[in-house]
Design a protein around this ligand. Structure first.
Ligand code: ZN
Length: 272
């Protein structure tokens, strides 16, 4: 009996932890990437149908969001290819949409489903700074931080048996965990902020991807200064509730900058 139990536990621990391909960090990961991506695709479609998407025709801002997205993705493809990790990007169907909303926010769901809110643009101010934000959001998705947060939440909320049933059957419970982890759907109300470790990882890889895409990563410093200033106002930017800005963030970004700059290849004038 005891032996059966220990075998079961060993099996469970093997499926529940995985080492992330780019960060090399072991993380709790109870959901398969394909399940997560299919939940994301479903939520993304629903989100877009319920919000005002800005068409790229005739909108310079929507065009810019798409252009940044495409440049970041080709940089990411190159980064993964050079490390022999292209297989990790299988299943990604990248989409970039600008949504008309006062919210100061942006996110990227697993599988490459990106949204930027128009409310972010007055704070991002320029293309390179927006690329830094989008790179940061994409890095969270690639580092599978949502899966990790969702797994931690699931493990805390449900027992092991209930959890495996919920995942296998894609029950509303699993879908709700997803919404909570990704902060979509106002009916949930409780957002899961990323941890300090996850924020640092997203900052590091976000800067690298932006730099490889031809955007000056140094724009991250004034960007986060503007974000910090905005957070002192009456209504702090929504993006800060899921990406807590520590007072030391700017110092940490400065520490990450020399490495990011080794990847920086300016492309034309829009690189600034
Ligand atoms: Zn973040």
């Amino acid at each position: 009996m005891r032996r059966t139990l220990s075998i079961a536990l060993v099996t469970f621990s093997i499926v529940s932890c995985s080492t992330n391909a780019i960060t090399n960090r072991s993380q709790l990961s109870l959901f398969s990437e394909s399940d997560i991506q299919s939940m994301a695709a479903q939520e993304y479609t629903q989100f877009l149908s319920q919000n005002k998407v800005v068409a790229t025709t005739g909108s310079k801002d929507a065009e810019m969001v798409r252009r940044i997205g495409q440049r970041l993705v080709s940089a990411i493809n190159q980064y993964y290819a050079e490390k022999g990790l292209s297989k990790e990007l299988e299943g990604y169907k990248w989409e970039y949409n600008l949504v008309d909303s006062k919210e100061v926010n942006a996110w990227c769901m697993p599988g490459g489903k990106i949204v930027v809110y128009t409310g972010l643009l007055p704070i991002s101010q320029n293309e390179a700074a927006l690329a830094v934000v989008m790179g940061h959001e994409i890095a969270h998705a690639l580092a599978k931080h949502g899966n990790e947060r969702m797994s931690q939440q699931a493990a805390a909320q449900l027992g092991e048996t209930a959890l495996s049933v919920a995942i296998a059957n894609k029950t509303p419970a699993a879908q709700n965990l997803f919404k909570t982890a990704y902060g979509v759907g106002s009916n949930i109300g409780v957002l899961l902020p990323f941890s300090r470790k996850q924020e640092l990882e997203a900052d590091k890889y976000g800067l690298i991807f932006a730099a490889m895409a031809g955007y000056n990563p140094q724009e991250a410093i004034p960007l986060w200064e503007r974000m910090q200033k905005a957070s002192e106002g009456q209504k702090p930017p929504e993006i800060l509730s899921t990406h807590p800005a520590e007072s030391t963030r700017i110092e940490k970004l400065k520490e990450l900058m020399p490495e990011a700059l080794t990847y920086y290849k300016p492309v034309g004038s829009s690189g600034k």
